[in-house]
Design a protein around this ligand. Structure first.
Ligand SMILES: C[S@@+](CC[C@H](N)C(=O)[O-])C[C@H]1O[C@@H](n2cnc3c(N)ncnc32)[C@H](O)[C@@H]1O
Length: 245
């Protein structure tokens, strides 16, 4: 994986147990949700309780389940064996591990997350998962440390709304994709009704979560040269995917 890093990032790289640490400290916090992701407790309960529970609330009662989310990721990212995949803001590796199984021994999955407690948990769970083509890096999604055109697919689920500069993060994701590469985003989506929008904005702001407009991510991907863009809105969330021309 080290050859994929930009020279400056490679010089900063420190091994941290089974992970690679490129930050060496905390990024400035964007709010309460971000702080919780860095705690010791949330990474321990994240995959089993936190993510399905909060996801259900945000996606709505009839919205996609966690299993559906995995299916949507596959649909949008159309993996082939041997692919290089970047899981941006991978958390405890809940999607990365499955991606690693699908791309097989000849492929590589890199999970990047700014939280040390999250990447440690990701590495720990992956040791028990019988995958050896999976690497976890502690780094900033807004300024991805990889060389351009390093990956065939980039996934960023449940995180874009937490980043200090989500559009710079999208620039970064585009830069590391090969031509024809696929992107899949799962993030927040504003409703249409006025009072509800105010509630969503205030609730989001109090946690440090940005609420995106319905067309904002689609437009942002189009502007960055993605084609065949698909969007599914569920409750206060949206899935968006496309292919880089
Ligand atoms: C809700 S979790 C998402 C985990 C996983 N992708 C999922 O779908 O369940 C959000 C993650 O974003 C990470 N994160 C927030 N800001 C980040 C940044 N600037 N760079 C990298 N990771 C970041 C947090 O540490 C946290 O692990």
């Amino acid at each position: 994986m080290l050859p994929l890093l930009r020279p400056a990032a490679r010089r900063r790289a420190r091994s941290e147990g089974d992970c690679i640490d490129l930050l060496g400290g905390e990024l400035p916090s964007t709010g309460r949700v971000q702080d919780l992701m860095r705690s010791r407790v949330v990474p321990q309960i994240y995959e089993r309780w936190w993510r399905p529970g909060l996801g259900r609330f945000l996606k709505g009662v009839f919205g996609p389940s966690m299993a559906d989310e995995h299916r949507i990721a596959h649909l949008l990212l159309t993996f082939a064996r041997g692919d290089g995949v970047l899981d941006v803001a991978c958390g405890p590796g809940n999607f990365s591990r499955e991606f690693a199984r699908v791309v097989g021994d000849t492929g590589l999955v890199v999970g990047i997350d700014a939280s040390l407690t999250m990447v440690r948990r990701a590495a720990q769970d992956s040791r028990n998962a019988d995958v050896d083509n999976l690497v976890f890096v502690r780094g900033d999604a807004v300024d991805l440390p990889f060389k351009k055109q390093s990956f065939d697919a980039v996934c960023c689920f449940a995180a874009l709304h937490l980043f200090a500069d989500p559009f710079k993060a999208l620039d970064s994701m585009r830069r590391v994709l090969t031509p024809g590469g696929r992107i899949a985003i799962f993030t927040t989506c504003h409703g249409r009704s006025g009072p509800m929008r105010t509630f969503e904005t205030l609730a989001g702001r109090s946690g440090g979560m940005r609420m995106f407009e319905r067309d904002e991510i689609v437009d942002a991907l189009e502007k960055r040269g993605f084609d065949g863009i698909r969007q599914r809105v569920a409750g206060f969330t949206q899935f968006v995917g496309g292919r880089l021309v």
